[in-house]
Structures are given as structure tokens and as C-alpha cells.
Design a protein around this ligand. Structure first.
Ligand code: CP
Length: 311
């Protein structure tokens, strides 16, 4: 059953191709309106309330939701994890019910617990947007990444290919991106050491034939876009701990001067660990779309807020 977007955005599986195309078009509109030097007040959601409930650190996602919401006239609040009553033992459900009693229209949730945003939606009168739940999903990141891929000249439906390299199994960004890209007709090349390869069933991609898994970086040579990932040691279980030496990882999987061919685009969701998954010399060169991803995050999140709150 498709979950209605009016109840929130929990997974990219909720998105039909028409929803994605609409969000990309709206994102283009907001990107123009949010350019440096422009009057960024676009209204549209004037007087509605949004709250950020981030129980894991964030720079890009939290600030871009706040910037987008304020530009659209929303009243924005933030819960600071260590300063919330959860640090005194209040449960996530009781926190949610408390927030609901204040009549917020949308709640943005980041948590280390997979599926918590969806589980909380059963108790919520407000829409909920998943801003990253453990290793599960990060749907708004996948949408802004798709926007960036399209903007760099690789649109939906043209058979383009995207390689995703690194700590796949712990990455909600890799999982959401892979599912969305496959659903939109891209080829996906998943590259990681064997112990970080995802289980296609667990990721819900076993029904697709337009992806490959590889443990060698040479398999990225045919990709139009190469997305690399941070090693997420904070999500390591005991089986993964101690298996990775960052220097050896960089030698084998790091993106360096000369790794990409001149027409390939480099992406990274951030935050970056310089000298591990990506070298300083290529981080912000002309092939890198990493700061475009950050800029596009504000525009795409504005489009998502509008879609969820206004339909
Ligand atoms: N990509 C991403 O989610 O970045 P933040 O952790 O800074 O929000």
C-alpha cells in the first residue's frame, strides 16, 4: 500500500515517477528564487509550524530544512537532543505527543533508529519527514542528489549510470539513492569491500536487473556520476569494527587525482573525511558537485515541504 505523502515522507518507495518529476521541477523554481542576492521570501506556507527533531548531528539537512521553511514563511522550532526532555528519560512517543499538542504542521526527524519516523507517524497528527533513520533511509537526500544528477546533464529516462562507492551497508543515503535511481531507470554500480555489500532483498532492489555489485573501483569507469561515501564508524557492529584501516581504504577505494575520467561528475552527501574516501585535491574541483548538492538541498526541501503540506 502506498503511504500518502500528506502523512509525510518516510521512504523513497512512496514516490511515483510523477511525484519525483514534480519535485524536480518545483526544485528548479525554488533554486532560482533562493539564489544569492535574491529576496528569498517566497511565502506559500505562511504561518504553518515546522519543528526539527534531530537526535543525531546534522549540518546540511537541519539547516536546509530551516532555511527552506523560513523562506516559505513558516514558523520554525528546533529540539536540541541533549537539551530535550528525552535526556531526562522521556520516550520518543511521549516527546512526539507533546510536540503534537503544540499543533506543529510538520515534524522533521533524524534518529539512529531505523523506521522510527514511520512508527511515530501512527501517533502523529502532524506530517513527518524522515531526515535520516539509522542505516535505513534518507529520502530527501536521494531527491536532492537526483536533482543534482539531472542538473549536471544526466536526466531521468536516458539510461545514465551512477556508481556509489564505499560503506554501503551502513549508508541510508546509498540505500535511498539506489532505490530511487533504479526506479527512475538509471543503472547503478555498487562498489564496496565485500563485507560492506548490501543484501539486495533487505534493500528491496532484488526485483531490478539494472544494477551490479563490485568490490573493485575499476568498475566505475562507465559511470556518468560517481558518488562516494563516508565510512560510518558510529554504525559499526562488532563484525565490522577493526576491519578497516583508513589509509589502506584510501589506497583501494579513495577518489584521487586521476581516478575519474574528465566527464565524470563527483558527488558526496557529506560530511566528508578528507584523505579517506576522497582526496583534498579533487574535493571541490570542477568535476565535483558536492557544494551544488548542498545548495540544491534547500530548494528541493522547499519543494518537498510544499508537496507534503499543500498537496
Ligand atoms: N548529508 C547529510 O545528511 O548531511 P548532514 O548529516 O550534515 O545533515
Amino acid at each position: 500500500m502506498k503511504l500518502e505523502l500528506s502523512s509525510g515522507l518516510f521512504t523513497v518507495d512512496q514516490l511515483l515517477e510523477a511525484d519525483v518529476c514534480e519535485l524536480l521541477e518545483k526544485g528548479k523554481f525554488y533554486k532560482k528564487r533562493f539564489a544569492r542576492g535574491q529576496d528569498k521570501k517566497v511565502g506559500g506556507l505562511s504561518g504553518l509550524r515546522m519543528i526539527n527533531m534531530f537526535f543525531e548531528p546534522s549540518t546540511r539537512t537541519r539547516i536546509s530544512f530551516e532555511a527552506a521553511a523560513k523562506s516559505m514563511g513558516m514558523l520554525v522550532s528546533n529540539i536540541i537532543a541533549d537539551a530535550s526532555a528525552m535526556s531526562k528519560g522521556e520516550t520518543a512517543i511521549d516527546t512526539l505527543l507533546t510536540i503534537n499538542a503544540m499543533n506543529f504542521d510538520v515534524i522533521i526527524i533524524r534518529t539512529d533508529k531505523a523506521n522510527l519516523p514511520y512508527e511515530l507517524s501512527r501517533y502523529s497528527k502532524s506530517a513527518i519527514i524522515n531526515a535520516g533513520d539509522g542505516s535505513n533511509e534518507h529520502p530527501t537526500q536521494a531527491l536532492l542528489d537526483l536533482f543534482t544528477i539531472d542538473e549536471r546533464g544526466f536526466p531521468i529516462g536516458k539510461g545514465h549510470s551512477v556508481a556509489i562507492v564505499g560503506d554501503l551497508i551502513h549508508s541510508r543515503v546509498a540505500k535511498s539513492n539506489t532505490k530511487l535511481l533504479l526506479a527512475m531507470g538509471y543503472k547503478v554500480i555498487l562498489v564496496s569491500p565485500l563485507h560492506w555489500a548490501p543484501d539486495p532483498k533487505e534493500w528491496g532492489i532484488d526485483g531490478y536487473d539494472n544494477y551490479i555489485c563490485s568490490n573493485g573501483l575499476d568498475s566505475i569507469k562507465d559511470a556518468d556520476v560517481v558518488m562516494t561515501l563516508r565510512i560510518q564508524t558510529e554504525r559499526f557492529s562488532d563484525i565490522h569494527r577493526g576491519k578497516i584501516d583508513p589509509t589502506k581504504y584510501n589506497e583501494q577505494y579513495g577518489i584521487k587525482e586521476g581516478t575519474l575520467t574528465k566527464n565524470q561528475v563527483l558527488m558526496h552527501p557529506g560530511p566528508v573525511n578528507r584523505g579517506v574516501e576522497i582526496d583534498e585535491s579533487v574535493l571541490y574541483n570542477s568535476q565535483s558537485a558536492i557544494l551544488d548538492q548542498v545548495e540544491n538541498g534547500v530548494a528541493v526541501r522547499a519543494a518537498i515541504l510544499e508537496k507534503i503540506l499543500r498537496g
